[in-house]
Design a protein around this ligand. Structure first.
Ligand SMILES: [Ca+2]
Ligand SMILES: [Ca+2]
Ligand SMILES: [Ca+2]
Ligand SMILES: [Ca+2]
Length: 365
């Protein structure tokens, strides 16, 4: 800081100098001294205010540049100022002029070079610099370019390119060599949409194998049922059909498999019989099958797992010979319930024989 009496001007002095110079030079003393015209006199003439060249209190003193000069005292009617150090930056600056406005140490201001205060000419092909306090815009022959979405350059397959420049510093032509985001290709091991994830939102990786089974889960691995494999298709958009799986079928009385995969084998799952089996059969009341002419038969298992009709190997055919003209069918109708037994049958036959006037073979006496 330096303190001087010759830089700042008291309000009283302004009035005094104005009065002196007005009639001599023909222009205002403010112009001569470079003083703001906004100064207000300490008092009006004849109103008992401060006289020219005087200050009464320090508040009567006002500097030309408030930031660079501060009134510190009113010394015997003269303003005393303290000047800010040379190089003290002003609070308000012009941007992009390669310069900084600072106090000059004498209560005034000056400009000094500031390399960081680079002006921008708005052209992509120029490099903007400061040479001293002079702006320099150096034109390049080409510049980096990228037209993809912000944040995708350098991610995944996306890279920037190069664009040519004209002599005016403007970019011209296409951005050569750039790779911008495209739809993700599931069949590739790259991040085409450049979101940082490889094959995101892809159902599967081409060729990927997966166990599969389309039947009810509880039937897999039961009876004849088993799971298969499915493979991701070539473009990675999904899996193909489930190959090799065996699903539940209608139960077959085949004696081989639990076809419907419910865990129940044929004979426990609706099949009366399996294979070429034969069984005895008799549909009459219990206890009557051995009473002639009633008799049981046999039944054969059919391919559908049911027994066929009950087949009786008739023994009465031979007896019909013995009975002669009397038909066996008639006799059968007569003893439908077979409860008569062998003796009952003989009684019937005898009565029938009498009716038809048949006689027993003659016996020798
Ligand atoms: Ca991909
Ligand atoms: Ca991706
Ligand atoms: Ca079966
Ligand atoms: Ca079954």
């Amino acid at each position: 800081m330096n303190v001087g009496r010759n830089i700042g001007v008291g309000r009283g002095w302004v009035g005094f100098l104005f009065a002196v110079s007005a009639g001599v030079a023909g222009f205002g003393c403010n112009a001569i001294l470079g003083i703001d015209k906004d100064y207000q006199l300490g008092g009006e003439a004849g109103s008992g205010g401060t006289l020219p060249g005087e200050c009464s209190v320090v508040s009567d003193c006002e500097s030309t540049v408030l930031e660079c000069q501060t009134a510190t005292a009113c010394d015997n009617g003269t303003c005393v100022f303290e000047n800010a150090s040379d190089g003290t930056p002003l609070s308000t600056q012009s941007l992009g002029d390669c310069a900084e406005e600072v106090c000059d140490g004498n209560g005034g201001t000056r400009k000094q070079a500031l390399e960081s205060d680079v002006p921008n000419d708005g052209k992509v092909c120029t490099i903007d610099t400061c040479n001293g306090m002079t702006a320099v815009h150096t034109v390049q022959t080409s510049v980096p370019c990228y037209t993809g979405a912000s944040g995708t350059q350098g991610v995944g397959v996306c890279v920037g390119g190069t664009q040519a420049c004209d002599t005016e510093g403007n970019a011209t032509g296409a951005c050569v060599g750039e790779v911008v985001p495209t739809a993700e290709i599931c069949a590739s091991p790259f991040d085409e949409d450049c979101n940082g994830s490889v094959n995101d939102n892809c159902p599967c990786t081409p060729g990927e194998a997966l166990k599969c089974y389309d039947g009810p889960p509880s039937t897999e691995g039961v009876g004849m049922c088993m799971g298969g494999m499915q493979f991701c298709n070539a473009d990675g958009t999904g899996f193909g059909p489930c190959a090799g799986q065996v699903l539940p079928q209608t139960e077959e009385c085949d004696g081989l498999m639990d076809n419907d995969c419910d865990g129940l084998p044929d004979l426990s799952d609706g099949c009366e019989c399996v294979g070429a089996v034969e069984d005895k059969c008799y549909s009459g009341p219990p206890g009557t099958s051995m009473n002639l002419p009633c008799q049981g038969g046999t039944k054969m298992c059919q391919p559908n797992g049911k027994y066929g009709v009950c087949v009786v190997k008739s023994r009465l055919r031979r007896r019909s010979v013995v009975l002669g003209p009397m038909r066996v069918a008639t006799a059968l109708r007569a003893v439908q319930d077979c409860r008569a037994g062998a003796n009952g049958l003989a009684t019937v036959i005898r009565s029938l024989a009498d009716r038809w006037q048949l006689t027993r073979p003659a016996t020798s006496t």
